[in-house]
Design a protein around this ligand. Structure first.
Ligand code: ADP
Length: 318
């Protein structure tokens, strides 16, 4: 009977607190629910609340049979219109096919009467948005470290014929070992042969001009967003950030941003930003070409970063 839904039970032994010290203390009240996948019969313990998005709430979930931990995106079915269900189905269809070290892995998904569940690779170091919040900006070696992984991950996504359409620091998650994991495929799409016109989506500061002009857009909008993220990492603010949305959009359309100078980035870093932030999408490089740029291949890129970099300057050796 596939109609089994969310269950409350006391008969399963609760796993103890997570052994990973990297999760923050829960500030929200813990719910002690167990969730069962009605098809496979697996039970999961629903633990700490990790965050919320549009429709979803995300919790740390533990597979009771083996102790594996996931970030579980839970989307309630009530109040959801058909169009939203279709969007979620599309997100799952796209995300489940992706398999790369720099992409949040979708391990499993299922539904019961109440919710849709997506079991995702857990990213305990949060995201680059949090790094920027605590640090303001990062050093050049750190920016190269993050950028190299973002470019590798998005190049892979593009190679799978998927455009992400919402690249921003908050969707660049960080694993326990500080590996960048691109997540949230809620706006992702597979462009068809002809460049079709698509609805405006994305996050104001990272939106490409062709999206604002309602022209057909495709992979190049992701390339633009990566330019904005690199800029934000080095400068501390995205390039077109202003007090009002109207002004931000005007600056995006006029390609009006303060150039990065020698005190902030090397010449090749400045060159890479200019290359990515070109108004004409056709002039922007593919990410396969960006991978070979001197900033990421000829200059120093740390092989790893300590997690203290989430909150403070890296040690002098980096
Ligand atoms: P939505 O698509 O509805 O915006 P998100 O995928 O952005 O939802 O997730 C909402 C929040 O949940 C995120 O901002 C983050 O705090 C948390 N979260 C999402 N995925 C993960 C993950 N893989 N690991 C840890 N936390 C996550």
């Amino acid at each position: 009977n596939a109609a089994v839904s969310l269950i409350r039970t006391t008969s399963v032994v609760k796993p103890g607190p997570s052994t990973s010290s990297s999760w923050n203390n829960p500030t929200e009240q813990q719910e002690s629910d167990y969730v069962v996948d009605p098809v496979q019969g697996n039970a999961y313990y629903k633990g700490q609340f990790l965050g919320k998005g549009g429709f979803a709430r995300v919790y740390l979930m533990t597979d009771v049979s083996n102790g594996n931990q996931y970030a579980c995106k839970i989307i309630p079915k009530n109040r959801m219109q058909k169009i939203h269900m279709q969007k979620i189905a599309r997100e799952i269809m796209i995300h489940k096919e992706l398999n790369h070290v720099n992409v949040v892995q979708m391990h499993h998904y299922f539904e019961d009467n109440l919710n849709v569940y997506m079991l995702l690779e857990a990213c305990p170091r949060k995201s680059l948005m949090h790094v920027l919040k605590y640090r303001g900006k990062v050093t050049e070696p750190e920016a190269r470290y993050y950028m190299k992984q973002m470019v590798t991950g998005v190049a892979y996504i593009h190679s799978q014929k998927v455009v992400h359409r919402d690249l921003k620091p908050g969707n660049m998650f960080l694993s326990d070992r500080m590996i960048v994991k691109i997540g949230d495929f809620g706006l992702a799409t597979r462009p068809d042969g002809q460049r079709r016109r698509v609805t405006i989506c994305g996050t104001p500061n990272y939106i490409a001009p062709e999206v604002l002009y309602k022209q057909a857009y495709s992979y190049e909008a992701d390339v633009w967003a990566l330019g904005c993220i690199l800029y934000a990492l080095l400068v501390g603010q995205p390039p077109f950030d202003t007090a009002t949305l109207k002004e931000t959009y005007a600056r995006i359309c006029n390609n009006h941003y303060r150039e990065v100078d020698d005190s902030i980035a090397s010449r090749s870093g400045q060159d890479l930003i200019r290359w990515l932030l070109q108004s004409n999408p056709e002039l922007r490089p593919s990410l396969e070409r960006v991978k070979e740029h001197a900033y990421l291949t000829k200059e120093y890129v740390p092989v790893s970063l300590p997690h203290t970099c989430c909150y403070q300057m890296p040690p002098a050796s980096i």
